[in-house]
Ligand binder design. Structure first.
Ligand SMILES: C[S@@+](CC[C@H](N)C(=O)[O-])C[C@H]1O[C@@H](n2cnc3c(N)ncnc32)[C@H](O)[C@@H]1O
Length: 210
């Protein structure tokens, strides 16, 4: 067990898949209260709304679904069915308690997702492409499970986007694997946030698989 209470600072400093499993196992039970509510987290709402506004439809995969915050917004907007995938079984246990997901798939995105190719018409992700978490190499696994025409709505922390070379990776994918790429910058937290990251932004990255 780690010595510290999990928080955004410790999450941003994660390094290995084992670190993720440990931190999120400890955080799962009160993530919604100690992180999302306290920090006035908004990114899951922005991501789900962008997906629906673009005409996104199920079946959807919620990537790095965590406790299911993004899926809950999607379900409220009438989207389904939704599957959740995450490296943390404990986070997925919390997600399944929300009673909105069809299935929960424990997987390390860097190793691939154990479902047949072309399983989904939509792929969403909020808060998972961020410091200490997933880089652009994980996009390969997402494209494999998306069917042709599938709508993507991925939030990518704006600083992480620059640092990890997402622009280059997306530019290469736009040579034939994705189309209609758009980016819009949004605040991750709302006006009630007080922590040092209160003004951080993310890029809602929208595209379709060709
Ligand atoms: C900050 S949480 C975001 C959860 C949720 N989407 C939200 O918006 O609240 C990041 C999630 O990414 C998951 N994650 C981190 N690395 C991963 C990996 N390699 N494969 C799959 N999931 C991963 C973590 O377990 C965690 O649940």
């Amino acid at each position: 067990m780690s010595q510290k209470t999990p928080d955004l600072h410790s999450a941003y400093a994660l390094d290995s898949p084992e670190d993720h499993k440990q931190l999120y196992a400890e955080w799962a039970g009160d993530y919604d209260e100690t992180f999302a509510a306290r920090e006035d987290y908004q990114l899951h709402i922005q991501t789900a709304r962008a997906f629906v506004a673009a005409g996104g439809q199920g079946p959807v995969l919620d990537v790095g679904a965590g406790t299911g915050l993004c899926g809950a917004v999607l379900a409220g907007l009438g989207v389904g069915p939704i599957d959740a995938t995450d490296i943390s079984a404990e986070m997925l246990d919390q997600a399944m308690r929300k009673d909105i997901y069809r299935d929960a798939i424990v997987a390390d995105l860097n190793q691939g997702i154990p479902v047949p190719q072309g399983s989904y018409s939509g792929i969403v992700s909020s808060g998972t492409f961020t410091h200490g978490h997933l880089g652009p190499e994980a996009l390969t696994a997402l494209l494999r499970v998306a069917r042709p025409g599938a709508q993507f709505a991925l939030s990518i922390n704006a600083q992480h986007y620059e640092k990890l070379g997402f622009a280059d990776a997306l530019h290469k994918l736009a040579q034939g694997q994705i189309q209609n790429l758009t980016l819009s910058e949004v605040r991750i937290y709302g006006d009630l946030a007080a922590g040092p990251n209160r003004d951080d932004t993310a890029l809602i990255t929208m595209f379709e698989r060709t």
